[in-house]
Write a protein that binds this ligand. Structure first.
Ligand code: AMP
Ligand code: MG
Length: 327
């Protein structure tokens, strides 16, 4: 079975083709173009959606060419219906609806966060993990029970990705800034004290953001290092408690921030203490990409034949713990 997946929730417009045989999936192509705001600025939803409109045709053509296939060969098309930025989501939905109606292909709206998790499971082989989803849009600890992902902890304010991006922009980096911060942080080992805020199993990052901006006035390098150490230690504490509570034997990290080596290092220590297997989504598929949406659409096709065009939708806030997973 061949699927086409379209991702356009925020800064990334991406298309991917995956071939599914039984419960195995082979990514035949995954092409993306990322909208990059000017240094120091955040995502402007209208500008990002314009970027997606301008690049959608070329990304789609390149994706099909790389997979050595055509639209007519597709058994389904899936698109990220939320959560995300309204103007951006609409671009992916319009492309998917146009293809579905013209070529008479079944269409599937997919929850973006579930896309991160399902692709993570496919690529790592994790079976029943505690999931840490850390990205631009999410900071959540999740476990699956009775056909639904359940939240064991989350951010009370900004996400881990927003923390890194907002701090990075304040010191002049271009968004997304996580990689630049990681590089700068690796050149320091001088910890400056920053606020550490774990409440129950939830985390709060806004005080940490303000304090790190102040610390950066003395030393950007030390601020980057201390920011990572503090934020990742908070996450590790929440993960450790959730592992004890859920007795999971696997931990999987997904989302753009999963690309960070220091975060993996700290979580690996946690896993060693809990005799738990550690999985991290491969770097190339950590950030938003069409494969996440494509694979989830293919999984959904096991239990339903798509939705009617009139029932396709986009929704800016669509929590993953409200989605019934029936496959
Ligand atoms: P996503 O929303 O899943 O595409 O993830 C994007 C987020 O991942 C942004 O906030 C980036 O700053 C962050 N990110 C990407 N690479 C890294 C890295 N090496 N370290 C930390 N954060 C990263
Ligand atoms: Mg994402």
């Amino acid at each position: 079975m061949l699927g086409l997946g379209i991702e356009s929730t925020a800064h990334t417009f991406s298309c991917a083709v995956i071939e599914k045989k039984g419960n195995k999936g082979k990514i035949l192509s995954d092409v993306k173009k990322i909208y990059r705001p000017a240094n120091g600025e955040g995502i402007h939803p209208r500008e990002a959606s314009r970027h997606h409109i301008e690049n959608s045709a070329s990304v789609l053509s390149e994706c099909l060419r790389e997979a050595k296939t055509t639209i007519k060969e597709m058994d389904l098309v899936s698109y990220a219906a939320g959560p995300g930025l309204g103007p951006c989501l609409r671009v992916g939905a319009v492309v998917a609806r146009s293809l579905a109606s013209f070529y008479k292909i079944p269409i599937y709206p997919v929850n973006h966060a579930i896309g991160h998790i399902e692709l993570g499971k496919l690529l790592t082989g994790a079976r029943n993990p505690l999931v840490l989803l850390v990205s631009g849009g999410h900071t959540m600890l999740l476990a699956f029970l009775n056909k639904q992902w359940r939240v064991f902890g989350e951010t009370l304010d900004i996400t881990l990705g927003q923390l890194l991006d907002q701090f990075g922009r304040s010191i002049g980096f271009a968004s997304p800034c996580g990689k630049d911060i990681e590089e700068l942080a690796s050149t320091s080992s001088n910890y400056v004290t920053l606020p550490y805020s774990v409440k129950g199993n939830d985390v709060s990052f806004s005080g940490l953001l303000s304090a790190t901006k102040s610390a950066a006035k003395k030393s950007k390098v030390d601020a980057c290092y201390s920011l990572q150490e503090t934020a990742f230690a908070m996450i590790s504490e929440a993960v450790e408690r959730a592992l004890s509570f859920t007795c999971k034997r696997e931990l999987m990290i997904v989302g753009g921030v999963a690309a960070n080596k220091r975060l993996s290092e700290m979580l690996q220590d946690v896993c060693k203490r809990h005799k738990c297997k550690f999985f991290v989504v491969p770097l190339r598929y950590a950030g938003d990409c069409g494969s996440q949406i494509c694979w989830t659409g293919l999984l959904e096709s096991q239990v339903k034949n798509g939705v009617l065009l009139k029932d396709t939708f986009v929704t800016q806030s669509w929590r993953l713990d409200s989605v019934k997973v029936n496959y």
